[in-house]
Design a protein around this ligand. Structure first.
Ligand code: DON
Length: 328
């Protein structure tokens, strides 16, 4: 019997000069856009300079392309969610992760309570706050500090360098965290929080407050594009199988209620954060990242979406694009 093994994307990016020129062009094209507004429900995010704008691309061989403020530090926020989900899949397996967190899109805003209440089981998905707090509560460790250290160390492996907390943002977010604490309490009523709800919320808030640059984020995204191996350090962070599950959930829920529009425009799994961070992952090719604080009404970076869409189109990254087979 003929058996055919699984096939994986193994295409390569365009040549380096072309990628470099397009990353620079994306920055030039969109840097003057003044639409959108910084998140202000976390006071420390409201005061971040609105004109910061960085773009980075790292390919699966480790080559990097950057433009603008690619070395400026900002906080991970919701871009932490796919990586923590990946770590939880690695620890408990993808089937149990699905059973305990859910993987269906909610069509709701990122902080939705309806996301929990819409099914009798209280399941959402790990890209929205509810499912992400549940995911964080599954981190291994006997104490809250052990769980936090696990998450910080493992996220650092994705980035290929040690990541640290932005204390100002962490304090600011902690002081304004009633909504997430409420979500965690509600999750507890559904048995969807797997440690103390306030501890889980605090660890989640810490993971959101880790400081990164677009370069770090592009390395993290490239690790998901590279079968779970960091292309710079060659460290295997997660097994390859988990990348495809994480990317599947990013496709349907990474930009919350705008995930359909995003996919229609880019054909790529993406994830946004209220700091103005964004990533997109191109399996087998590269990770893309951007940072620009002003957000649209769904909490997604205005300039980031434009820049990553431009790069997807111009670099031919859309996963759904095809050409007719050659005639004859
Ligand atoms: O939990 C929160 O509200 C924030 N720490 C993260 C939310 C977020 O980034 C939503 N993204 N677009």
């Amino acid at each position: 019997m003929l058996t055919v093994g699984p096939r994986v994307a193994n295409g390569r990016l365009a040549d380096t000069g072309f990628v470099s020129a397009l990353v620079t062009e994306a920055h030039h094209r969109y840097r003057a856009i003044a639409e959108g507004k910084n998140a202000d429900y976390i006071p420390a995010l409201a005061s971040v300079p609105e004109d910061l704008f960085g773009i980075s691309v790292i390919d699966t061989s480790g080559a990097g392309f950057c433009a603008g403020d690619s070395d400026v530090s900002f906080t991970l926020q919701s871009v932490s969610k796919p990586f923590v989900f990946a770590l939880i899949c690695q620890v408990i397996g993808e089937d149990e992760a699905r059973q305990r967190l859910g993987v269906n899109s909610t069509g709701q805003p990122f902080n939705s309570v309806i996301a929990v209440e819409r099914t009798s089981e209280g399941l959402s998905n790990p890209m929205v706050n509810a499912g992400a707090i549940s995911a964080t509560s599954l981190a291994p460790g006997a104490t809250a500090d052990d769980k936090w250290q696990f998450i910080r160390e493992q996220l650092s492996r994705f980035a290929g360098r040690e990541l640290h907390l932005n204390e100002d943002v962490y304090r600011s977010e902690t002081a304004a965290n009633a909504h997430n604490e409420g979500l965690a309490g509600l999750l507890r009523a559904y048995d969807r929080i797997y440690c103390d709800p306030l501890e889980a919320t605090d660890i989640y808030t810490r993971q959101c407050s880790l400081a990164v640059t677009t370069r770090d984020l592009a390395v993290m995204a490239a690790t998901l594009a590279n079968g779970g191996v960091n292309p710079l350090t060659h460290d295997r962070v997660i097994d390859a199988i988990h990348c495809q599950h994480v990317l599947a959930v990013m496709v349907t829920a990474g930009l919350y209620e705008n995930s359909g529009d995003w996919l229609y425009e880019t054909g790529l799994p993406g994830k946004s954060g209220v700091s103005g961070a964004m990533i997109a992952v191109v399996p087998g090719k590269c990770g893309l990242a951007s940072f620009a604080p002003p957000l649209d009404e769904s909490g997604n970076s205005v300039k980031g979406q434009l820049a990553l869409r431009f790069l997807s189109e111009r670099l031919g990254l859309n996963l759904f694009a095809s050409m007719p087979a050659a005639a004859g």
